[in-house]
Design a protein around this ligand. Structure first.
Ligand SMILES: NC(=O)c1ccc[n+]([C@@H]2O[C@H](COP(=O)([O-])OP(=O)(O)OC[C@H]3O[C@@H](n4cnc5c(N)ncnc54)[C@H](OP(=O)(O)O)[C@@H]3O)[C@@H](O)[C@H]2O)c1
Length: 248
C-alpha cells in the first residue's frame, strides 16, 4: 500500500467528479488535503467533514483558479494551517465548446484562463515551497483531446495541449530540486463534465475506445495517488493516458 502519511496535498476543483475522487484517495492513503472550488461550497464542506470523520486533516478554500493572487493566498493558507505543501494536483477545468468559425472571444478566454492559466497559477504558487523543501509532486490533469485536438474544442484542446507542454517544462525547471511533474490524460470519464456532452459524442467516445466503455473518476485517481508517492520518484515529464484505449 502506498503511504502518503505526513504529506500535504492541494487538489484544485475538488468538489465533484475526478477531483473529488482524487481528494478521497489521497486522504485514504494518509495525506492531509486542501481542495478548492468556485461555486460548490456545500459540497466542499460535506467533503471536508467526511475526510475529518476518517481522522485526516482537510480544508476547503473558495478560489477561482484563474485568479493569480487567489492561488498565492490559498497556498500560503495551506502552509500556515497544514504545515507544508508536498503534492499539487491541478484538476480544475471546464469546457465551453464551439466550432472554430463560431467560437467567441469570451469562450476562448474563459477556457484558456481556467484550464491553462489556472494550472500555471497553482504551479507558480507551490514551486518556491517545493524547491526549498527539495521534494514535491506536481500532477496536472490534461485530456486526450489536448494530445490529438478535438472537433468543436479548439479552445479546450489548446489549453490542455498547453498543460502538457507546461508540465514538461516544469519537470525540467524543478527536477534538480527533487520535484517531479507529470500529466494524466483522461479519455471519456463519467462525471458532470463528461455527462454534459451530447449523446452522440458520448457513444462515439465509447465506440472508439478499445475497452468499449467509459472510465470512472477512480480510474484517474488511482494513477494520481501512485504519481504522488515516494515510489514514483523517478518518473517525471511524462504524459500518461487513462482512456481505455480511446486514443491509440
Ligand atoms: N470528464 C471527462 O470526460 C474528462 C476527460 C478529460 C479530461 N477531463 C479533465 O478532468 C478534470 C476534471 O473534470 P471533471 O469531469 O471531474 O469535471 P467536473 O465534474 O465538471 O468538476 C469540475 C471541478 O472543477 C471545479 N472548477 C471548475 N472551474 C473552476 C474554477 N474556475 N476554479 C476553481 N474550481 C473550478 C468545480 O467546482 P465548482 O462546482 O465549485 O465550479 C468542480 O469541482 C478537468 O480538468 C477536465 O478537463 C475530464
Amino acid at each position: 500500500m502506498l503511504n502518503l502519511s505526513g504529506k500535504v496535498a492541494i487538489v484544485t476543483g475538488g468538489t465533484r467528479g475526478i477531483g473529488k475522487s482524487i481528494v478521497m484517495k489521497l486522504a485514504e492513503q494518509g495525506a492531509a488535503v486542501a481542495l478548492n472550488y468556485r461555486k460548490s461550497s456545500k459540497e466542499a464542506d460535506e467533503l471536508v467533514n467526511e475526510i475529518k470523520s476518517k481522522g485526516r486533516k482537510a480544508i476547503a478554500v473558495q478560489a477561482d483558479v484563474s485568479d493569480f493572487n487567489g492561488a498565492q493566498n490559498m497556498v500560503k493558507r495551506v502552509v500556515e494551517e497544514l504545515g507544508s505543501v508536498d503534492i499539487l494536483v491541478t484538476n480544475a477545468g471546464m469546457n465551453w465548446d464551439g466550432v472554430v468559425w463560431k467560437m467567441t472571444e469570451e469562450q476562448w478566454d474563459n477556457v484558456i484562463n481556467i484550464d491553462l492559466k489556472g494550472t500555471f497559477n497553482y504551479i507558480r504558487a507551490v514551486a518556491p515551497f517545493m524547491k526549498d523543501k527539495n521534494w514535491g509532486r506536481i500532477i496536472t490533469i490534461t485530456s486526450i483531446n489536448g494530445l490529438r485536438g478535438k472537433f468543436g474544442q479548439i479552445n479546450y484542446s489548446a489549453a490542455k495541449g498547453g498543460v502538457v507542454a507546461m508540465t514538461k517544462a516544469c519537470a525540467k525547471d524543478l527536477g534538480k530540486f527533487g520535484v517531479t511533474a507529470n500529466s494524466v490524460a483522461p479519455g471519456f470519464i463519467l462525471t458532470e463534465m463528461g455527462e454534459s456532452m451530447p449523446d452522440e459524442f458520448k457513444q462515439a467516445a465509447i465506440n472508439e475506445s478499445a475497452l468499449k466503455k467509459a472510465g470512472k473518476p477512480d480510474d484517474i485517481a488511482n494513477l494520481v495517488v501512485f504519481l504522488s508517492s515516494e515510489e514514483a520518484g523517478h518518473i517525471t515529464g511524462e504524459v500518461i493516458k487513462v482512456d481505455g484505449g480511446q486514443y491509440i
